[in-house]
Design a binder for this molecule. Structure first.
Ligand code: NAD
Length: 487
């Protein structure tokens, strides 16, 4: 079996312990992964801290950091297909999506490469005549970046890119479920020419995560994952008082009014819930549909859902591959059972096929008569759509906002005025109007409530990896006057 390695202080290590990674398409082990002990985590943080203060990084100009990030972006482009194949093998995500997504990940590094020397301080018009006061923006320090298994090269780029642009150093912990793409990314990063220890990549489960996020040398924790794990992270940060950014789950409403372009809305809904086998934090998992067009819309959705090509993730023709883990599939089955028990009606799908791998079909649950069904407020992280209908715009907004999450949302309407009212009223970090599941390094991404806090992508994300230092410089040659009066 192929053996993967940690990347600590510029060295590749097999780790003090190892575990098998399972291929979701077969359920069988395919590679050996290193598992970080607390001592490994400690060494990785130490390497990042040493690198943070070492002159070859600390004294490097911002423009030079940008050039290194550009080189990294080019290396990601050159290796995109290889990384995509690894991600598909380890996570089960279809090659059609991984190859397109990883090619685009390079754009995130290019964006932050360009931003590195545009992170500016400020000069203040201070209210004292003999003083110059300005603000320096300095890097936060060692960043602990923790990512889940889905879209991990993308979710790490939105952390590593701005953190390195700002001058921080990083310890990235990949998910224990499918760490191969991140451990391979470390090999690519190693060729870019950054000083030793600027990025360290390890993997392991909750124990490694807890040691990393509570480590006294960590200044910031950038986390993507589920809300329950986020609560651990916040508790751990009581130890080091690190700042946190939390990108968590969602139960995003996908709202379709009767004046919508139905063909377009159906396709966007298919993409919003079935692409990536539904394992997407922004999945449009609650269809909120005008009651006048519900039957027609559901009939079209059902037809398309049943025509989806389910198959091996490494086949370009496949549209839905397996879920990443057996636990994901068991969770979907249990939640569907509890929801049908509560009155939700199965429109299509709902049961796992026989045979190897963690496959699960596109599933639609009509909850119009079951407003309390658990599928309406619990994240599946799988290809399961829950449907509710509405009669008025006010009701559509009430249903859309009836969630503790607040990550993404979609609105389909031809009415400009209604679109604006919905944009204002929806409580979510992203509103897509007449489109869905579009991302860019230029646009901030994130949510509130159970979906977390902080934003990734965009200019602000780079500033979030800096702290402000206020500098006071007295310009008078006269002796300091009365020492017992504050200046
Ligand atoms: P998870 O929360 O179980 O795991 C995420 C990461 O946290 C993994 O690396 C895991 O090892 C680590 N971890 C586990 N326990 C820890 C602890 N005690 N301390 C520190 N780290 C710990 O999430 P998952 O099941 O792998 O991923 C799915 C979740 O991620 C979903 O809720 C999904 O919506 C969310 N997600 C959010 C976004 C976003 O950008 N908002 C993107 C993708 C996924």
């Amino acid at each position: 079996m192929q053996q993967f390695h940690h990347y600590i202080g510029g060295q590749f290590e097999a780790g003090s312990a190892q575990f098998d990674s399972l291929a979701p398409a077969t359920g069988r082990p395919w590679a050996k992964m290193p598992e970080a002990s607390s001592a490994d985590v400690d060494r990785a943080v130490q390497a990042a801290e040493d690198a943070f203060f070492a002159p070859d990084w600390a004294d490097m100009t911002a423009s030079q950091r940008g050039k290194l990030l550009l080189r990294l972006a080019d290396l990601v482009t050159e290796n995109a297909q290889h990384l995509a194949e690894l991600e598909t093998r380890d996570t089960g995500k279809i090659i059609r999506e991984t190859s397109a997504q990883i090619a685009y990940v390079a754009e995130y590094y290019r964006y932050y490469a360009g931003l590195a020397d545009k992170i500016e301080g400020a000069h203040l018009p201070i209210d004292k005549p003999d003083m110059e006061v300005w603000l320096r923006r300095e890097p936060l320090g060692v960043v602990a970046a923790i990512v889940p298994w889905n879209s991990q090269l993308f979710l790490s780029a939105v952390k590593i890119g701005p953190a390195l642009a700002a001058g921080c150093t990083v310890v990235l912990k990949a998910s224990e479920e499918a760490p191969a793409p991140m451990l391979e990314f470390a090999r690519i990063f190693d060729q870019a020419g950054f000083p030793t220890g600027v990025l360290n990549v390890i993997t392991g489960g909750p124990e490694a995560g807890a040691t990393l996020t509570s480590h006294p040398s960590v200044a910031h924790v950038a986390f993507t994952g589920g809300p329950d794990t986020a609560r651990h992270i916040v508790r751990n940060s009581a130890e080091n008082l690190a700042s946190t950014s939390l990108e968590l789950g969602g139960k995003s409403p996908f709202i379709v009014f009767e004046d919508a372009d139905i063909e377009s809305a159906v396709n966007a809904q298919i993409s919003g819930i079935f692409a990536a086998t539904g394992q997407s934090c922004v999945a449009g998992s609650r269809l909120v549909i005008a009651s006048t067009i519900k039957d027609e819309f559901l009939a079209r959705l059902k037809e398309k859902a049943e025509a989806v090509v389910i198959g091996a993730p490494d086949d370009m023709a496949t549209e839905i591959g397996p879920l990443c883990t057996k636990a994901q599939r068991d969770h979907a089955l249990a939640l569907i059972a509890a929801s049908t028990e509560a009155g939700a009606k199965l429109v299509t799908g709902g049961s796992a096929p026989d045979g190897p791998g963690y496959y699960f079909p596109p599933t639609i649950l009509d909850c119009s008569e079951a407003p309390d069904a658990p599928c309406l407020n619990t994240e599946f992280f799988g290809p399961v759509l829950s449907v509710v209908s509405f009669d008025t715009e006010a009701e559509a907004l009430r249903i859309a906002n009836d969630t503790k999450f607040g990550l993404a949302s979609g609105v389909f309407t031809q009415s400009l005025t209604r679109a604006h009212r919905m944009i204002r009223g929806i409580r979510a970090g992203i509103v897509w109007v007449n489109t869905y599941r579009a991302v860019s390094p230029i646009a901030p991404f994130g949510g509130h409530g159970l979906s977390g806090h902080g934003r990734e992508g965009g200019l602000q994300a780079a500033l979030d990896y800096t702290k402000v230092k206020a500098v006071w410089l007295r310009t008078s040659d006269e002796p300091i006057p009365d020492p017992f009066v504050m200046r």
